[in-house]
Design a protein around this ligand. Structure first.
Ligand code: ATP
Length: 284
């Protein structure tokens, strides 16, 4: 087996001096694949994503048996090392580009600035040309015009394309996308997913796709981690989701609306306190 890009064993993250355990004993590996992390609000999905980037607030207490990116021990990596990893080797795409783009800088300049940061020796002209090429790669028509616009002049979908362009221009090996399409309407969402899919496959990236939308994850990802109350309760191939054995996953699946044979009422998920500790032998 080839070495995983990311290898996490027994990750624990707590707040409030250790009283609030946001992530409890999470283990997984990421290869060149699309790995979904799904779970309800507060289950710890984003905390796992941010822990990999070491972007948790200083109040977070973090420990793990192992937290590696290739051979690099992320737990021991200092801020200087992380500056060479963040953005450059592991990219992060967040829900709303509005908060990630600089409002007073033109789109083309922002993408060029990212490129310049990673390739300081390349000429200004070539750098800007790279930014335009990247806008084209994320299927923005008329990249020269769009490059001259400010973030408030573009739509949410286009903003998300720009964010993807900005992340990919550094040629990362891993992309963490935290609810990247939640702020978009359905048709634009599908376009962005198709774009991500194509870029991830073509560039052989490892993608961690965080979402609360089980249907979306099922269709988009190769493998799915299901999180509940800070734990991974189950890991499944996306195509095997219907064979889920953990009652939480089964409950999530049962509470999804379907167009064919819609039930009169969707069942309400009944949470069993035992799920807080019991992994029902479903974790692989
Ligand atoms: N800075 C913080 N201080 C204290 N508790 C925090 C902090 N950040 C997150 N938490 C808590 O950690 C738990 C996990 O939060 P997290 O944001 O990872 O969940 P999530 O599954 O990503 O939820 P959502 O889908 O709503 O983003 C939650 O109970 C949250 O309140």
């Amino acid at each position: 087996m080839t070495q995983p890009l990311i290898d996490i064993r027994n990750l624990e993250i707590a707040y409030g001096g250790g009283h609030m355990r946001a992530v409890r004993g999470v283990s997984f590996t990421l290869g060149q694949e699309k790995l979904g992390i799904v779970g309800e609000s507060g289950s710890g999905k984003s905390t796992v994503g941010r822990a990999i980037m070491k972007l948790l607030p200083p109040t977070a207490m973090i420990s793990a048996e192992r937290m590696r990116f290739h051979d690099l021990d992320l737990l021991k990596a200092n801020e200087r090392t992380m500056m060479t990893i963040r953005g450059r080797r592991i990219g992060l795409i967040l829900q709303d580009p509005k908060y990630s783009l600089n409002p007073v800088m033109r789109i083309g300049e922002q993408i060029a600035e990212t490129y310049r940061f990673h390739h300081p020796k390349v000429s200004a002209k070539k750098t800007y040309a790279q930014a335009l090429d990247m806008l084209e790669a994320v299927q923005i028509r008329d990249p020269e015009r769009v490059a001259r616009l400010y973030p408030h002049e573009i739509s949410g979908g286009m903003g998300q394309r720009v964010m993807i362009a900005m992340m990919l221009i550094a040629e990362p090996e891993v992309l963490i996308a935290d609810e990247p399409t939640s702020a978009l309407d359905v048709t634009v969402r599908l376009e962005i997913l198709a774009l991500l899919d194509e870029l991830v496959s073509r560039r052989n990236l490892g993608l961690i796709f965080i979402s609360h939308d089980l249907n979306l994850i099922r269709n988009f990802c190769d493998r799915v981690l299901i999180m509940y109350a800070g734990r991974v309760v189950e890991v499944l191939e996306a195509r095997d989701l219907d064979k889920a054995r953990h009652p939480y996953t089964q409950g999530l699946l049962a509470s999804l609306p379907t167009i064919e044979n819609p039930p009169a009422r969707l069942p309400i998920l009944k949470r069993d306190p035992a799920w807080l500790n019991d992994l029902a032998e479903t974790q692989r």
